[in-house]
Design a protein around this ligand. Structure first.
Ligand code: SAM
Length: 270
C-alpha cells in the first residue's frame, strides 16, 4: 500500500525533489534487502536518516524494537503518520540531520543500547552525513545507499584512480564494503545516476596510528588536491610555516614517495 501512496503523493515529490535530494524507492525488494543487511534486529536500536514516505522505515520497524527517523521535510510527517500508523516502535524527529547532536539524541532515545544507522541518503549531504556519523563514534554499523560512484570512491584501493582523501578518511575509521548496486529505475523520480548500498563497520581503533590526527588529514587533503603541482609543493600550504622546502622534500623522500609525482588522483567530480 505504501507504494500506491507514493504514486498518490507524486506532486509533493516533484515539488521538493530538487532541493532535498528526494528520490524515493519504488522497488519493494530493495528496502527489504537494505534492511536485511543493516543489523536492524532486537539487539540494536536503529537510526534512519530521511524516511521519506516510509518505504525503508517500514522494513526497519519490522526488525528492530525501536526506529528513530530524522526527516527535514515538513510536508512528510502527515504522510508518515498514515504509512507508519501500525508501527508503535517508530518515532519521527523533524530535524536536519546535519544540525542534530547525534550523541545526545542517541542517549535520549536509546540509552545504552547499541545503534545501527540505515538510510537511503539524500545525495547532496552524503559526505557531511557520513563524516558526522563516523565522527560521532556512536554506531555499530552504518548501512547507507549513496551514489554508486561515491560508494566506489569510498571503498577504493590505494593506487587506483578512484582513491581519494575521502577514501582515506572513511577507511581510517571503518571497514567499508559495497553490498549491491541499485539501478536508477528503482526510484521516483528517476535520478541521473545509479546507486549502491554501502556498509561501514567502525573499527575498534583507527586503521593507522597518528600522532596528530588533524595534521594527518590536512596533509592527506593537500596531497590529493595537488592538481599539476608536485607533492612537495602541494604540502607547502600545510607544512610551509614550520618547514623549509628542503625539509619537506626530505620528508617526502623518507616516506618512500616519488618526488616527481604530479597527479595522483582524479579531480573530485560533484
Ligand atoms: N528513505 C526514503 C526512500 O528510500 O524512499 C527517502 C530517501 S530520499 C533519497 C532522502 C530523504 O532525506 C528525503 O525524505 C528527504 O526529505 C530527506 N532529507 C534531505 N535532507 C535531509 C537532512 N538534511 N536531514 C534529514 N533528512 C533529510
Amino acid at each position: 500500500e505504501i507504494h500506491e501512496r507514493l504514486v498518490g503523493s507524486e506532486m509533493c515529490i516533484r515539488d521538493s525533489s530538487k532541493s532535498m535530494g528526494q528520490n524515493f524507492l519504488i522497488d519493494p525488494a530493495i528496502p527489504y534487502e537494505i534492511a536485511e543487511s543493516s543489523r536492524a534486529n532486537e539487539q540494536n536500536g536503529v537510526l534512519e536518516i530521511g524516511p521519506g514516505i516510509g518505504v525503508l522505515t517500514e522494513q526497519l520497524c519490522k526488525r528492530a524494537d525501536k526506529v528513530v527517523s530524522i526527516e527535514v521535510d515538513k510536508r512528510l510527517p502527515p504522510i508518515l503518520a498514515e504509512t507508519m500508523a501500525e508501527y508503535e516502535n517508530f518515532k519521527l524527529v523533524l530535524e536536519d540531520v546535519l544540525k542534530v547532536d547525534l550523541r545526545t539524541l542517541l542517549a535520549e532515545e536509546f540509552g545504552d543500547k547499541p545503534v545501527a544507522v540505515c538510510a537511503n541518503l539524500p545525495y547532496y549531504i552524503t559526505t557531511p552525513a557520513i563524516t558526522a556519523l563516523l565522527e560521532s563514534g556512536a554506531f555499530e554499523q552504518v548501512t547507507v545507499m549513496v551514489q554508486k560512484e561515491v560508494a566506489q570512491r569510498i571503498c577504493a584501493e590505494p593506487g587506483t584512480a578512484a582513491y581519494s582523501a575521502f577514501s582515506i578518511y572513511v577507511q581510517y575509521h571503518a571497514k567499508a564494503e559495497i553490498l549491491f548496486d541499485v539501478p536508477a529505475d528503482c526510484f521516483v523520480p528517476r535520478p541521473k545516476v545509479d546507486s549502491a548500498v554501502l556498509k561501514l563497520v567502525p573499527l575498534d581503533k583507527p586503521a593507522v596510528e597518528t600522532k596528530d590526527e588533524k595534521l594527518f588529514f590536512a596533509l592527506v587533503r593537500a596531497a590529493f588536491n595537488m592538481r599539476r603541482k608536485t607533492l612537495v609543493n602541494a604540502l607547502g600550504p600545510v607544512l610551509g610555516s614550520s618547514m623549509s622546502k628542503e625539509e619537506i622534500t626530505a620528508l617526502v623522500e623518507a616516506a618512500g614517495l616519488d618526488l616527481s609525482l604530479i597527479h595522483i588522483s582524479e579531480p573530485t567530480r560533484r
